[in-house]
Design a protein around this ligand. Structure first.
Ligand code: CMC
Length: 433
């Protein structure tokens, strides 16, 4: 029997149906709210708003559960690789060997950039942030693949996905090379996805970069852990842009821009900057925690807290272990890891963080691993974007296939001035800055 929620005002009673998800999470379907009652809901930051029904990723933030297409992240982290996970997210089930080989071949075919597209890099200053370049270059892909920008059928979606997933890695590596004034290094067909990314970033024409198998695995694992996270800010951006009918490349480009912010994918860079500040002696871990608790300081404990997780982020747990493993195989030491562990220990015992259920999130330990591998700070969000891309593609596809989809267009409660009249310029009072 359908469950309903009753809403009453002084005169009337309205009934709204409840939609129940696979794991019994419940949402009130208010699509007729305004037409029936004249009211809209007000939910800044959308903390209580379900923007869509989705079959891609399940999160239980209270229990710290994350599953892609039903499969726990811990199992994927243990058994799978990034390309298999990308395929799973986009198509909904694990690929057979034949399907997998087909997708790998498509990725290999699409690894290079059009030579004209390569010249776009020359238009950027050498110190341009790689996220700006990434967003611009992904958008530019729509000029080079106009037919596939709005893929219509599964074959076209597969090809468009391969173009994006393969070329984003080449764009990322080339933007790194640009920033260093080094020549571009081309991908090798025999290398795996993560291996090629590291090869294109760190090899030099006279000196190939030997990718340590554990480092390759670590990068692959980091990409898996970032591959989707349901309706986060960048994914919601992709879905919102897609809702206007915008093409896949433009929608993903907007997602990259949303991801760049320090409260989202830019947090991994911000975490390391915070740890560096502590290390340089500007403050100690206790002072940092004290400032993070003080609302007037404007400082937050970066890499801590999450809109959905009110428990330890399962991705942070895996990354914490991974950081120790990578340090071990590389025989590497970093005082920043000790500082991070100390910050975590203090925060998890502090009533401010305990009461607000603030735990380390995915960004708390990822930067420490990137640092060990030699990835510069401004490239951390780029790695996040490469990882998140399959999720964006899956959501773009899901949004486009939903026949009930409408353009995303929220309402507002207007609180500006009531109707007033135009004042000639010589009669206007001074405006306070
Ligand atoms: N340090 C100090 N206080 C915090 C923090 C933090 N990192 N995060 C949340 N709070 C406090 C916040 O001040 C508020 O306190 P009060 O109830 O007294 O006003 C309370 O906790 C709830 O916070 P909120 O801002 O309402 O929570 P939100 O769901 O809107 O924000 C968040 C989530 C991730 C933006 C936030 O926790 C944050 O800014 N964290 C630091 C940045 C970060 O690590 N971002 C990466 C997020 S995970 C990966 C991703 O999505 O990209």
């Amino acid at each position: 029997m359908t469950e309903n929620i009753i809403l009453k005002d002084d005169h009337n009673e309205f009934k709204f149906p409840v939609v129940v998800g696979t794991e019994n999470e419940k949402g009130i379907d208010i699509s007729n709210l305004r037409s029936e009652t004249g009211y809209v809901t007000l939910d800044p930051g959308y903390g209580n708003t379900g923007s869509c029904e989705s079959r891609i990723t399940y999160i239980n933030g209270e229990k710290g559960i994350l599953r892609y297409r039903g499969i726990p992240i811990e199992e994927l982290a243990q058994h799978s690789d990034f390309i298999e996970v990308a395929d799973l997210l986009i198509w909904g089930s694990l690929a057979t060997k034949k399907m997998r080989e087909r997708f790998t071949a498509l990725l290999t075919d699409n690894a290079l950039l059009h030579e004209s597209l390569k010249h776009h890099f020359e238009g950027f200053p050498f110190d341009a942030h790689p996220m700006a370049m990434l967003s611009a270059m992904v958008n530019a892909l729509s000029c080079y693949h106009p037919v596939l920008a709005l893929p219509q059928n599964p074959r076209e979606i597969e090809e468009a996905a391969a173009i994006l997933i393969s070329k984003i890695r080449t764009i990322a590596a080339f933007s790194y090379k640009m920033s260093r004034g080094e020549p571009f290094i081309y991908p090798k067909a025999k290398f795996s996805y993560a291996e090629n990314l590291l090869h294109m970033m760190f090899s030099l024409p006279h000196e190939p970069y030997e990718v340590h198998p554990e480092v390759k695995r670590a990068v692959d694992l980091i990409l898996i852990l970032h591959a989707d996270h349901e309706q986060n800010c960048s994914t919601s951006t992709v879905r919102m842009v897609a809702s206007s009918g915008a093409n896949l490349f433009a929608s993903v480009s907007a997602g990259i821009a949303a991801l760049w912010g320090p409260l989202h994918g830019g947090a991994n860079q911000a975490v390391i900057e915070m740890l560096e500040k502590i290390h340089s002696g500007n403050m100690d871990a206790k002072q940092c925690i004290k400032m993070a608790k003080d609302k007037d300081s404007g400082i937050r404990l970066m890499g801590f807290g999450h809109r959905v997780y009110k428990n330890y982020d399962p991705r942070a747990q895996i990354l914490k272990e991974l950081s120790k493993k990578v340090f071990n195989v590389l025989n590497y030491e970093d005082p920043l890891l000790d500082i991070a562990l100390e910050l975590e220990e203090i925060a998890l015992k502090d009533s401010y963080f305990v009461e607000r259920k603030l735990y380390p999130n995915v960004d708390f330990y990822s930067g420490i691993i990137f640092r060990a591998i030699g990835v510069p700070k401004n490239m951390y969000p780029v790695f996040f974007a490469i990882g998140r891309l399959p999720g964006w593609i899956a959501h773009w596809r899901e949004a486009n296939e939903n026949k009930k989809s409408r353009i995303a267009r929220p309402r507002q409660i207007y609180t500006g001035p009531a109707k007033s009249n135009y004042v000639p310029i010589e009669q206007r009072p001074d405006r306070k800055p």
